[in-house]
Design a protein around this ligand. Structure first.
Ligand SMILES: [Zn+2]
Length: 291
């Protein structure tokens, strides 16, 4: 048995981790590691008709449902959506929280992102990274001996562009990842379609709406998507094309990792190593990402 790792994935909102690294989390769980998802925000603002209190409660239940499916532990802080600040008080909270969990690896957003909450969460982790090992900062919780490896979720922002260090196949986890995403009803079938102006197109039937969510589907007949395919306008926020994008864009990395089999990977998740965490050597990367 490999050493059991503790993996902490830190997203701004209750569904961010599921969307961005749900497949990788499932891979870690399958290998016997512990995975915890932290949402720094309460989820209070992501709806057009529900009150913040009602919504927080509903999103808590959605996360619990995703947890029951995945075996991932979920934690949601009480900071209202759109109000995360990278200030001293929240920095201390983040440092204490990470020290208490003692993760081997942290995954989070990059600091250049469209959403202020995502940016500030990235900054909070960045600000915490060195302070984790400084005993005189937050002396009530023991400092870590070593900074964890810190990795960024894949995103499409360009200043600067995401640079993939680790790209993993999630082909064997894609169905379960969609089961997890399907739990976030308030988001994937209500709020996100509302913001995209397609709310009236979402089917009422549970199976039909999941099919709608996945559309357009990735071909299963051996035809591989190209970067050009990814540019077509897509109505669903969570289409299979979104799950396939890192595999299409970073095919060379998949071939480097899996050899010939990398050529036919359909779905992938990609991560960039933060220079503020512990370095991830090629050998260490192989020890951690054994899937
Ligand atoms: Zn978010």
């Amino acid at each position: 048995m490999e050493k059991q790792l503790k993996i902490l994935m830190i997203g701004a909102h209750p569904d961010d981790n599921d969307f961005r690294c749900g497949g990788t989390a499932l891979n870690f769980i399958e290998k016997g590691h512990s995975v915890r998802f932290l949402s720094v925000c309460s989820g209070s603002a992501g709806h057009h008709t529900m009150s913040p209190d009602e919504l927080c409660l509903r999103r808590q239940k959605e996360s619990e449902a995703a947890s029951a499916i995945s075996g991932i532990e979920y934690d949601i802080w009480d900071i209202p959506d759109c109000e995360v600040m990278a200030d001293l008080e929240t920095r201390k909270r983040m440092v204490c929280y990470i020290r208490e969990y003692q993760p081997d690896i942290i995954f989070t957003h990059r600091a250049n992102d469209y959403h202020a909450d995502h940016r500030n969460v990235a900054l909070l982790v960045q600000d915490a990274s060195y302070l984790l090992i400084v005993p005189n900062f937050c002396p009530d919780v023991s400092a870590l001996k070593k900074t964890p490896v810190i990795m960024y979720f894949y995103d499409k922002f360009k200043n600067p562009s995401f640079a993939p260090d680790v790209v993993v196949s999630i082909d064997s986890k894609i169905d379960k990842k969609y089961q997890m995403i399907d739990c976030y009803e308030s988001q994937v079938y209500e709020w996100l379609p509302y913001t995209n102006g397609v709310l009236c197109e979402v089917p009422k039937d549970k199976e039909e709406r999941l099919e709608w969510l996945k559309n357009p589907r990735v071909p299963r007949d051996g035809t591989m998507l190209t970067e050009k395919d990814l540019n077509i306008p897509i109505k669903s926020n969570n289409s299979e094309y979104r799950e396939a994008a890192p595999a299409v864009k970073f095919r060379d990395k998949l071939i480097e990792r899996y050899g010939e089999e990398g050529k036919s990977v359909l779905f992938a998740e990609a991560f960039q190593v933060s220079e503020y965490g512990s370095p991830l050597s090629f050998e260490k990367g192989k020890e951690i990402f054994t899937f």
